[in-house]
Write a protein that binds this ligand. Structure first.
Ligand code: PMP
Length: 294
């Protein structure tokens, strides 16, 4: 897990988290004006491999661009530093968290300078391994017109924290959030898939966060010849689904057993989602088709 002795990468150097210093006038700290990523490194037969590192650092750059935060790094440099960080912390498998944040600025205007921090720590599947009980949250996803919702922007996660805390307080594990039109968009930090009559459905881009694991799931469906359809999902659709699951880098692929008080009839082990989950686990542990950096 992480602690203050963990080595982090900070603006070109490796330092103890404890010695990083936090700017009390930091714009990111006060206003959530920052962008971040979540990657995972797996211990594979060929050593430690970060899954889809290029895609994650591309998205980090795009997230910064979307909110006007300066970004002066290139993928190769950051991927190399991420591997060095894993070595420095003796990690073979880890969750990796780059964060771009601005310094002193109490104005509500874009900053012209940004910092980079990368941390890594050992982290099991974010939502555990058991099938989930989720609720349809009273909290909605942010309106895409208020905010670049496709960007992984720090302030956006207040929405996730509120929805998840509310779900846990009501005895659920995670929340499903509606979009501004009342369709089921996604979970607080995972994308949503449902199975109905041997087909897989997932909400289209536009009102959701464009998950990299979501893309991987779509590719797996195509590989395994499962029908995958991008379509808006109603509350009724999800109550009447045969099965459902969530996808995300931190959580992996995780099955849902119950939405509100509706329990899915199909056993998870018999679902298409379970086959996708197995394939995903193999993919991240083998990574034969992905570029080897170090
Ligand atoms: N939705 C939100 C809001 C997220 O923060 C994440 C995690 N970054 C996801 C979905 C899943 O995205 P990914 O598969 O790229 O981890």
């Amino acid at each position: 897990y992480y602690n203050q002795d963990t080595l982090i990468y900070l603006n070109g150097e490796f330092v103890k988290a404890n010695n990083a210093g936090v700017d009390m006038f930091g714009q990111s700290l006060h206003y959530g004006y920052g962008a971040f990523e979540g990657l995972r490194a797996y211990s594979t037969h060929n050593g430690t491999r970060i899954f889809k590192a290029e895609e994650h650092f591309d998205r980090l750059k795009e997230s910064c661009k979307a909110i006007g935060l300066p970004y002066q790094w290139d993928n190769r440099e950051l991927i190399e530093k991420s591997y060095e960080l894993l070595e420095a912390n003796n990690l073979r498998a880890a969750y990796i968290r780059p964060l771009i944040y601005s310094g002193s600025n109490m104005h509500l205007t874009a900053s012209d300078k940004a910092n980079i921090m990368i941390a890594a720590w050992e982290w099991g599947p974010y939502l555990g391994q058991n099938l989930l009980k989720v609720n349809i949250s009273r909290i909605e996803r942010p309106n895409p017109k208020s905010f670049p919702i496709e960007a992984k922007v720090s302030g956006q996660y207040i929405n996730s924290i509120l929805a998840t805390s509310d779900a846990i307080q009501k005895g659920y594990d995670e929340a499903l959030l509606l979009d501004q039109d009342g369709f089921v968009a996604q979970a607080s930090s995972e994308n949503l898939f449902i199975e109905k009559d041997f087909k897989i459905y997932t909400p289209p881009l536009g009102n959701i966060f464009p998950g990299i694991t979501r893309n991987t799931v779509i590719d797996i469906c195509k590989d395994l010849n499962f029908d995958i359809i991008e379509k808006r999902i109603t509350i009724k659709d999800i109550y009447e689904a045969d099965s459902a699951f969530l996808s995300g880098t931190a959580a992996g692929i995780i099955g849902i057993k119950q939405v509100d008080d509706v329990v899915f009839a199909e056993e998870w082990e018999d679902s298409i989602g379970a086959s996708i989950q197995r394939k995903y686990k193999n993919l991240v542990l083998e990574q034969e088709n992905y570029e080897v950096i170090i």
